[in-house]
Design a protein around this ligand. Structure first.
Ligand SMILES: [Zn+2]
Ligand SMILES: [Zn+2]
Length: 238
């Protein structure tokens, strides 16, 4: 089957994600957009993975679990895991590494954790927009140690990308790169497969960009196989 995957979605846990981005609202919007597979990628934390997994099961949409971590170079990277346990453990490692700077919800937006019934159970206190102390290479190792996929995010964007921070994509052990397909930015990513996601912060944005590939069943294994075969392509509706 042809699998349509939106591999970059923020929930209400991300300060930039609206409170309306509850896991159930995300799963419902994904089904409405005709997506088969969605990934939760909150900034530097994965506390909403259990509620997201439950919402996806309820709606019958396949899910990947992960986060969008910030390297010490202030480059955003996407990490995808097959199982909730590894995603949660990686999220805890990443959140635990952030500096003890108190988050200001009025200035930057809420950072709320919800349970499977979508009740708010916690508001994270540390600023999720901070950088971890780990370099790109170190983050990549941590992701691969947990058998995840490691993907520099929006490499051609004007902020928090390898292009904005370094000017090029350094040699490393990437499974793919994510591109916005910005027409004015040229950054070489060799023969790495290119993916895209909506980077949605509100439900209406889900599915505005997605990654398409062939597979027997939507999920982590099909994505990994397609990336290894370099057989993925990006579809954008903007
Ligand atoms: Zn980002
Ligand atoms: Zn993002």
């Amino acid at each position: 089957m042809t699998i349509r995957a939106d591999l970059h979605i923020h929930s209400c846990l991300s300060p930039c994600g609206e409170l309306t981005m509850s896991p159930r609202a995300i799963a419902a919007a994904a089904v409405a957009a005709g997506l088969d597979l969605i990934a939760l990628t909150d900034h530097n934390a994965a506390h909403n993975v259990p509620a997201f997994a439950a919402a996806c099961r309820e709606r019958g949409v396949a899910a990947l679990y992960g986060c969008e971590a910030t390297s010490s170079e202030e480059v955003h990277v996407l990490a995808f895991f097959e199982d909730e346990r590894n995603a949660i453990a990686f999220g805890e490692e990443v959140y635990g590494s952030l500096p003890d700077l108190l988050h200001d919800p009025l200035g930057f937006g809420d950072q709320v954790v919800v349970d499977e019934a979508e009740l708010i159970v916690e508001a994270l206190q540390k600023r999720l927009i901070s950088a971890t102390p780990w370099s790109l290479t170190e983050l990549g190792r941590l992701v691969h140690d947990r058998r995840g996929l490691f993907v520099p995010a929006h490499i051609d964007r004007a902020s928090f990308s390898v292009w904005s921070q370094l000017g090029f994509l350094p040699e490393d052990d990437y499974d793919a790169v994510e591109r916005d397909h910005h027409p004015d930015v040229r950054i070489d990513s060799g023969d790495l497969p290119v993916i895209a996601g909506s980077d949605a912060h509100e439900p209406g944005q889900i599915g505005r960009r997605w990654t398409e590939f062939e597979g027997a069943r939507p999920g982590f294994a099909a994505l990994r196989t397609a990336l290894e075969a370099r057989k993925v392509h990006v579809v954008a509706h903007e």
